[in-house]
Design a protein around this ligand. Structure first.
Ligand code: SER
Length: 320
């Protein structure tokens, strides 16, 4: 990995991955931040390296940037999250799949490696709920999940058929303070911190005891870099590896927050759409394939993540 293009560099994952990869590669490479007209590009990203307009639906545009910067690795982070995707399934499919095939075609021609995140959303109600295996029935019921499974299959197809070096992980809900997620089922586990530091009660859209997998962003960023740097001969799987760091319900994260913010209060205003999606996803994925094949190991536990999030969200709120 030397010259990297990050498509979706201003999103929840992208904004932190650009910074981490620029730091990781230093003068050994270039990290091009691909951004869209709609979102623009923050000064911090523009000032620390090249930034280019990249429309995932425009193959020629991707190709031109890949050629000009001699890109060898593409992080394809353009996606519409689960709850938003239900409002416009056609758009979610376009970004997720028409966009992905553009990226894979350019990667095939120019010999790039490709990372496209999958998700816990790739599983469905027929998948085992606990210790959800790496390989099992998927059959998701959300358009987000349908496009994630399709993306996994398409990426494996390009590897087998053309030798494109595609690799990926199934991310759990990602918790971060730098850039907010938008329209996901797991977003509540970010929003809850803003209520906690403002001393406001939190109205939770997910049922009290509904468990899902989660991960703190520093672990997620490390996973995205580590998997692309793993010796490929060690990989039996490619698209995609189950990875997780913690599994909790709203009641459990609220308890962990209360240890630090004693007066914190949560109540439930369940959103039927998010409830249905959450119920169709695993409680806890089994991640032993990622451990064995590329040494995956999360660092942050629930309590450590909560402490760090509270510290950073407090600092952010004081600045504003
Ligand atoms: N965070 C995503 C969502 O809720 C799941 O991967 O849509």
């Amino acid at each position: 990995m030397k010259n990297v293009l990050i498509i979706g560099s201003t999103g929840q994952i992208g904004s932190e991955l650009v910074v981490a990869l620029r730091e990781h590669l230093k003068e050994k490479g270039t990290v091009v931040a691909g951004y869209t007209k709609r979102r623009g590009v923050p000064a911090q990203i523009r000032e620390t390296g090249p930034a280019e307009l990249v429309d995932i639906l425009d193959k020629d545009n991707i190709e031109e940037v890949v050629k000009r910067y001699q890109i060898d690795t593409i992080y394809n982070l353009a996606a519409v999250l689960s709850a938003t995707a239900e409002a416009n399934p056609v758009n979610a499919w376009r970004v997720g799949i028409d966009g992905l095939i553009n990226v894979l075609e350019v990667a095939r021609i120019y010999g790039c490696a490709v990372f496209t995140p999958s998700s816990i959303g790739a599983f469905g109600p027929d998948s085992p709920k606990n210790n959800t295996p790496q390989d099992c029935v998927m059959r998701p019921t959300s358009i987000y999940g349908v496009s994630k499974v399709t993306g996994e299959l398409l990426s494996d197809y390009y590897f087998r058929r053309y030798g494109v070096d595609t690799r990926s992980v199934r991310f759990p809900g990602l918790i971060s303070y730098a850039t907010p997620p938008g329209g996901g089922t797991t977003d509540y586990a970010v929003d809850i911190f803003y209520s906690a530091v403002r001393n406001e009660p939190f109205a939770c859209p997910i049922p009290e005891n509904e468990k899902m997998d989660f991960m703190y962003m520093p672990d997620a960023i490390r996973a995205a870099i580590e998997i692309m740097e793993t010796d490929p001969t060690k990989l039996i799987h490619r698209n995609s590896f189950n990875i997780t760091a913690m599994s909790f319900s709203p009641a459990e994260i609220a308890e962990a927050i209360k240890k630090n913010v004693p007066g914190f209060k949560i109540h439930y205003e369940v959103d039927p759409l998010r409830k249905a999606i959450a119920e169709s996803w695993p409680n806890k994925m089994d991640e032993t394939c990622a451990e064995k094949e590329w040494g995956w190991k999360p660092k942050f536990t629930l309590d450590e993540m909560v402490k760090d999030m509270l510290k950073h969200v407090r600092a952010k709120e004081q600045q504003e």
